[in-house]
Write a protein that binds this ligand. Sequence first.
Ligand SMILES: [Zn+2]
Length: 275
Amino acid sequence: MPELPEVETIRRTLMPVLVGRTIADCVILLPKVLDNQEPAAFARAVSGRKIEDLTRRGKYLLFHLSGGRVLVVHLRMTGQLVYHPPEAQPGAPAKHTHAVFRLDDGATLHYVDPRRFGRLRIAPAPAQLEGLGPEPLDGTFSTAILRERLSRRRGRIKALLLDQGFLAGLGNIYADEALYRAGIHPERPADRLTAREVQALYHAIREVLAEAIRYRGTSIVNYVDGQGRPGEFQLRLNVYGRAGEPCPSCATPIARTRVANRGTYFCPRCQPRPD
Ligand SMILES: [Zn+2]
């Protein structure tokens, strides 16, 4: 959390207000949020740079700055990027604000993170994000690619879906929701899925992510978009966080177990356990 749909929603809400603006300066209030730099060096590296584009890869946000540098933001568990327009500047930064970027028009972008696991990093362009798997909503990602990648992997399907090197962008919520839609038990061995199941999983992953973006993400812990608004997809979850509630399809109570050390929700009837 936040996963692909939340990061994509943040990107879409920040794009129109940030792209084309220049970062006037930056104050780091908690040096720990910087991956590999001292606060002064980081501030020097971003100040005076124009934000030329804002893209996403998996759960990472990439601010493409003039001069061939990229500010890579990984929100991890509770990171937020909140934009304050010039006419509505907060008197003092909210609690847990660890970085403040001031823009040339007087607006500010605040990095807020209660759990402090998120990280900011400056990388030379193109940013090095090695080791990430395919982008699930990309046009080049296909059932054939998913099938080929699954066939080479053992282990349980849920654990694999959480592995960013296998597929970029899914986390605990959307992995559970995709497996439910595909009718696949989270503990099924990845290399034993039938061709039909792989196809169902492929469509389930893409559909649930696209739908969650349409509803501007899932707000369960503290996720808000770039304008500080919560998402609405938490109202449309079928299994995640719903242990004991009836399955929307068959009314069997939703079960909760642990897979890959994460709380995992599924319907015992629609997603039969492997033999
Ligand atoms: Zn069911």
